[in-house]
Each structure stands twice: as C-alpha cells, then as structure tokens.
Design a protein around this ligand. Sequence first.
Ligand code: SF4
Ligand code: SF4
Length: 469
Amino acid sequence: MISANQKTEFIDQAYRDSVATIDKKGKRNYIFPKKPKGSLYNKRTIASIIYLIVFFSLPWIKMNGEPFIMLNVLKRKFILFGQIFGPQDFFIFALGMLTFVVFIILFTVVFGRVFCGWACPQTVFMEMVFRKLEYWIEGDSTKQHQLKTMPWNGYKIRKRATKILVFYLVSFVIANYFMAYLISMDEVMRYVHEGISNHLGTFFTLIGFTSVFFFVYYWFREQVCIVVCPYGRLQGVLLDKNSIVVAYDYVRGEPRLKKLEKEGNAGDCVDCKACVRVCPTGIDIRNGTQLECVNCTACIDACDEIMDHLKRPKKLIRFASENNIAQKQKLRFTTRIKAYSVVLMLILSALVIMLSTRDVVDITILRTQGMVYQKLPDGYISNLYSARMFNKTHKEITLTLSIPEQEGQIEIIGKQPTIAGESYAILTLLVKKKAVSIHKRKDEVKIDFFIGNKKLTTKNTTFIGPVGS
Ligand code: SF4
Ligand code: SF4
C-alpha cells in the first residue's frame, strides 16, 4: 500500500511531456482503441440507444402546432416545448443559459466529466455509432492498425472505400437532423419535396454540414475533446479532491508488478496495460486525472476483466474521488457544492417565475413623440399613444383594450388590433380623462389588454395634463 504523497514515486512522469495523440515529430498519432466490453459498456450501449432514439425522434414531434424543439440561430427564433421564444425573450434566454452553465458547473464539481462519456453528442456519435461501424468494417484495433500500415492493395481500397461511404452516408443523415433542429423538420421535408434544384443554397449548406461531421468522425475524432472543447479545458478549475471521476486506486494498485523486484511488495496492478489499450484518447489513467479523460469508463471494464481472471477484487479503476482513494472518504457536501446549489436554486426559481408569467403577446406602450396633451371641447384631456405588439404564437390574435371607467376612456384609432402569428403590429390609441380629475401634471394610467374575455396583461403608462383645469 502506498500513500498519496508516495504516489508520484511510482508513476513515470514522462507522460507530462507529451500528448498521446501527437508523436515525437509533431504528427498525429492515430489511436486504435481495443473494442471495449463489460457491464459498463453494455449500460452505455443501452443509454446511447435511448439517447439516439430521442435525438432522431424530437424533430418529428409537434406541440401546439409548432416543433417541440427548434433552435434557429440565424433567425433568432427558438421553440422549446412548442413555445416560441424570440429576441424579445432575451432575458429568459440569458437566464436559461446561466442556469445551464451553473448546472453544468455543479454537476462537474460533484460528478466530474461523466457528461462527456455518457451524454455528450460528440462522444455518443463517435464511440457508439462511428466506432462501432469501424469495428464492423475494419475489425478490432489490431486489424485496424494492420490496415493502416499495409501498402495500398485491393483489400485496403475496398475497406477504406466502404468506410468512407458508410461514414459519409451516416454523416449526411445526422446533418439532415441537425438542420431539422435548426429550421424544423417541416422545412427540411419541404426542401426534399420541392427538389434540390429549387434550393441549391440549402443543399450546399447540408453538404457543408455533412462534410464537417464526416471530417470530425473520420479523422479529427478525440481531438474535439482534447483540443477544441472548452468544457474539457475547464476541468482543471472545476474538479477538486472530492469530485467523483474515473480514477485508478493507486493505494491498492501500486507498486505495479514491474516494480515488484525492486520493491518486493507488489500492489494489485499487474501492468498489463489493458486499460490503456481500450482508451479512446490513448491515455494511461494510472497517471491520475487528465484533461484527455472523457470518463467513458472503458478502462474500468478492461481492468475488471483482468482482476476477474486474477481472482482479485474488481474496481481497481472505478468512479471515485481522490479523497475516497487516499483516505477512504465518502462524498461530502462541501461548502463549494452548497454555494453552487443555492445559486442554482435562486436562478432556477427566477427562470420558472419568468416563464410562468410570460405573456403570449409582448406589448410596449409609448406616448406619441412631439405631443404633450390635447384639450377637448367636452372637458376632457387626451394623450396619444402608440403600442408596439408582438404576437409570440403562430396563431392570429385579436386584442381588446379598456381602462377602468373612473379613470377615463380609451379610443383605438382604426379597427380593433389583430396581430398575425409571429408578427408585429403597431396600434395608435387615445386615452381621455376628465380635466377636473387631473391632480398631477404627470399621472399614471392603467390599460388592460384582453384576448376574448381573458385578461392578458395590464400596462402602466404616464398621462400628462394641466393641473386644476
Ligand atoms: S482513461 Fe478510461 S475513462 Fe478516461 S477516456 Fe480513457 S478509457 Fe475512458
Ligand atoms: S488494466 Fe488494471 S491491472 Fe492492467 S494495467 Fe490497467 S490498472 Fe493495471
């Protein structure tokens, strides 16, 4: 058994000088991970099947006549649970993003990077779709390596061509669904029915997306997690000794078998490197938590199999915190976790309030510029307003307006306002008050908006008039 302080004595520190996916000449070191197998891999397969069913089903689902989810970034139109969110919902969107970020931070502080291995679309598609196809076409890691190093011949051309074709076709399907998430499945199907020649621009965009997905899954692969993804790079500041990550139990495992002759008291690790061979990012988890580890748990399964053969207890590599390994400490609800939880609850409550009080029509009332007030012959004072309204639904809405009788009267210039779905309308209106009822130069008036008999909202605005007329 070794202590945390002794740990570094047993670990070859050379791993700090290089990246597994880059060779000494600075070229890409292609990783050929061995096909994982084991209980966690089976669970991950089931989870990914559910994940993929949800991913490919959501664009087909509709709610209130709208897509269940649509994230049209270009048109700044977002639909969640059938509710349309536009630029006027910026605060809800910002708060939603903030909630998501705090949730991710809290989740990472407690559970480390488990999201990456089990729920990130990049890992799910890479490891559970493209990698499986690769094993099916080219065979396990040894065969893949042989194929890469062999000279070009009929066999290699056939294997490579099949892989390119299959990968490109799957990338094309994913690109179509990606577009459906952006512009809705209805639009994608419309383009399909109307033909490529009528939508050449969209078609080339689709080919662009397909090519990007193909490039990522055929060649770039784990580099997305190691080099591009900002979340991976945040681990250094988010994880602490209490965070649960995929970790090697160095207390039980060290000194490794190869050190046996020197140390004379070997730990449980037999230095078989099975855990390294299955790792899709090519790292050795025995060196400790590393940025490249996506918590895919393949090394846990691989090591469990070895421990099983050796009739030693499993979970030499397991989900555990540094404190759990070094001091056998259970997960503690630390001040940091408490603080993040409180912040998350506060933001979440604010988000729920904003969502539940969100109106289907966004209304802004302003007094007409350049006009102060008008004295009318019947003893009334009038103010002219313009109301800018945005209908957030896809249906046409007709509004009626009123103010309490004792406050005065309201007149709409023109007909009752009807706003087409997802459109703006500007309404001009006149509010009249009896001159004798005006006691302040700048008073307030409340205007009620109704859809049918149902009150939508009440807007307050200023009313200006001469005092003591
Ligand atoms: S170290 Fe283990 S959990 Fe981390 S990426 Fe490699 S195989 Fe997956
Ligand atoms: S699989 Fe287990 S026993 Fe083999 S090298 Fe890795 S940690 Fe050691």
